[in-house]
Design a protein around this ligand. Structure first.
Ligand code: NAD
Length: 440
C-alpha cells in the first residue's frame, strides 16, 4: 500500500510512522518547512516516547519519507489521509474545518487517479460528506472514495495505542466497497492480534469520536465533583474511586481526581460536540455541564492554593511542578497550568516552574514565569509548592529535602501523589490535595 499522510502533528506523525512500520510505503506531508527539514534529518518535532526509533528504522528501510510537496505525495497513493488540526474556532467553539477543507481541495488538485481520501482528523458530523463534495467539485473527472477513520491514540502512549488499539473505526459512504478493501488492507497487520474493527457509515464514525471524548471528559469531571464533596464530608476520593472503579460497569480508568482536564482534544471536542447539539436543536446538556464544571474545577484549584497560603500570595514564590496537561508529552494546549499559573501571578505570586518537556512551549505561553531545572531548585526559598502534572520525576521526591529548601514548606498536591501524613512527617506545615483531607 502507498499512503500519503497530510499533516505531521501528533496524530499524522504517529500514524505515518506506525503505518510504515506495518510495511506500507508512507510519505508524510506538512506545510511547515522546518518540521519537514528536521524530520529528514531524523529530528522529531514533538516529545513522544519511541518515535525516534520508529523514524530511524523505517527511513533506513526505505519505506518512509517526508516532503512539503503534497502533489508529489498524493501522486500514485492508494490512500491519502487527512490529519491536519481542527482547533476550536475563535468565538463560538465550533471546530475550525478550514484546514481540512483546504487539504481536501489540494488533494483533489494533485490527484492523478481514483483515490481513497481518509479523514483522520476529529471532525463534526457532516464533514466527510463536505470533503466528498469538495473533491467532486474540484475534480469532476476523477472518482474519489471518502472514509472516516477517527484516531483514539493518547499522547504519551501514542505508539502503543496505535499498534494495539481497543478498536479501529472506519466510516464509509453507501457504495464504499473499494474504500473498505483499501482500509482493510492498510490495517491488516493488526489482524494478527484479534482486535475489533467497526465498519459503519460516515456520520456514525464522526459521532463515535466525539461521543467517546465527551464521555471520558464527563467521567473525569464526575470524579472531580465528587472530590469537592469528599473534602467537605471527610471522605477520601482515592478510596471512593477505587470502590466505584472496581465495578465492571464503571471501570477504574479516568477516575483520578485532579485539576481538571485539558489537552488538545477534550476541551475543543466537548465544545464542538455541544455546538453540534445546539445546531441540530438537541442541546447536549450533560456535555454543556461538563464544560462548565471543568472550568470551575480550575478556579477551585486556585482557591485551594490561596487558602493554603493563608489568603495571600503577594510577594510569595510558588514552585510549580509540571506545566504540560499530562505527563510524557510536551503538549501545552489547554493545560490547566495555563489558567492556574496566570491566576497565581495575578494574586501577586512569583511563579518558578519546572517541567521535563514543557519548558520550550511554556516559555512562550506563560510570560513572567522563572524556570528551574529540577524540583529542588524550583522550591528553593519558595513559600508553596504545587504538583500540577504527575511526571514520574515528581512522584518519588525526597519530601524532607524539598521542605528543607523552602522558606515556608506548604504543598498543594493537585494530583494526589503524596498524602497528608507523609507530608507532615517530612516537615511540611501545610498540605492539601484533591478530594482528601489536608492540614495547615
Ligand atoms: P497538530 O496541530 O499537532 O498538527 C497538524 C499539522 O498539520 C501541522 O503540523 C500543520 O502544519 C499541518 N497542516 C495543516 N494544514 C496542512 C496542509 N494543507 N498540508 C500539509 N500540512 C498541513 O494536530 P494534531 O494534534 O496532530 O491533531 C490532528 C487531528 O487529530 C485533530 O483533528 C485532532 O483533534 C485529532 N486528534 C488528536 C489527538 C492528539 O492526541 N493530539 C488524538 C486523536 C485525534
Amino acid at each position: 500500500m502507498r499512503i500519503a499522510m497530510i499533516g505531521t502533528g501528533y496524530v499524522g506523525l504517529v500514524s505515518g510512522l506506525c503505518f510504515s512500520d506495518f510495511g506500507h510505503e508512507v510519505v508524510c506531508v506538512d506545510k511547515h518547512e522546518g518540521k519537514i527539514a528536521g524530520l529528514r534529518d531524523g529530528r522529531i518535532p514533538i516529545y513522544e516516547p519511541g518515535l525516534d526509533a520508529l523514524l530511524a528504522r523505517n527511513v533506513a528501510e526505505g519505506r518512509l519519507s517526508f516532503t512539503t510537496d503534497l502533489h508529489e505525495a498524493v501522486t500514485g497513493a492508494d490512500a491519502v489521509f487527512i490529519a491536519v488540526g481542527t482547533p476550536s474556532r475563535r468565538g463560538d467553539g465550533h471546530a475550525d474545518l478550514s484546514y481540512v477543507y483546504a487539504a481536501a481541495k489540494e488533494i483533489a488538485l494533485a490527484a492523478t487517479a481514483p483515490t481513497v481520501v481518509v479523514t483522520k482528523s476529529t471532525v463534526p458530523v457532516g464533514t466527510n460528506r463536505e470533503v466528498a463534495r469538495i473533491l467532486r467539485e474540484t475534480r469532476p473527472d476523477l472518482t474519489f472514495a471518502v472514509a472516516s477513520n477517527p484516531e483514539f491514540l493518547r499522547e504519551g502512549a501514542a505508539i502503543e495505542d496505535f499498534m494495539k488499539p481497543d478498536r479501529v473505526v472506519v466510516g464509509l459512504d453507501g457504495n464504499g466497497d473499494h474504500a473498505r478493501t483499501v482500509m482493510a488492507d492498510i490495517y491488516k497487520p493488526l489482524f494478527l492480534r484479534d482486535f475489533p474493527i467497526v465498519y459503519t457509515d460516515l456520520e456514525s464514525a464522526e459521532m463515535i469520536k466525539y461521543a467517546a471524548n465527551a464521555f471520558l471528559a464527563a467521567k473525569i469531571t464526575f470524579i472531580n465533583e465528587v472530590a469537592a464533596l469528599c473534602e467537605k464530608v471527610g471522605a477520601d476520593v482515592k478510596a471512593v474511586s477505587k470502590g466505584i472503579g472496581l465495578d465492571g460497569r464503571i471501570g477504574a480508568k479516568f477516575l483520578h481526581a485532579g485539576p481538571g482536564y485539558g489537552g488538545s482534544c477534550f476541551p475543543k471536542d466537548t465544545n464542538a460536540f455541544a455546538q453540534t447539539g445546539q445546531d441540530y436543536g438537541v442541546p447536549l446538556r450533560l456535555t454543556e455541564a461538563v464544560i462548565e464544571v471543568n472550568e470551575a474545577v480550575k478556579t477551585r484549584m486556585v482557591d485551594k492554593i490561596l487558602a493554603l497560603a493563608e489568603g495571600s500570595l503577594r510577594g510569595k514564590t510558588v514552585a510549580v511542578l509540571g506545566v504540560t496537561f499530562k505527563p510524557n508529552t510536551d503538549d501545552m494546549r489547554e493545560a490547566p497550568s495555563l489558567t492556574i499559573i496566570p491566576a497565581l501571578q495575578k494574586a501577586g505570586a512569583t511563579v518558578r516552574a519546572v517541567d521535563p518537556q514543557g519548558r520550550r512551549e511554556g516559555e512562550h505561553l506563560l510570560p513572567g514565569v522563572e524556570w528551574a531545572d529540577d524540583p529542588y531548585t524550583a522550591a528553593q526559598g519558595a513559600h508553596l509548592v504545587t504538583v500540577l502534572t504527575e511526571w514520574n520525576q515528581f512522584r518519588a521526591l525526597d519530601l524532607r529535602r524539598l521542605a528543607g529548601a523552602m522558606a515556608e514548606p506548604r504543598m498543594a498536591d493537585l494530583r494526589n501523589v503524596y498524602g497528608a501524613e507523609e507530608a507532615r512527617a517530612a516537615g511540611f506545615t501545610a498540605y492539601d490535595s484533591v478530594g482528601r483531607q489536608g492540614f495547615g
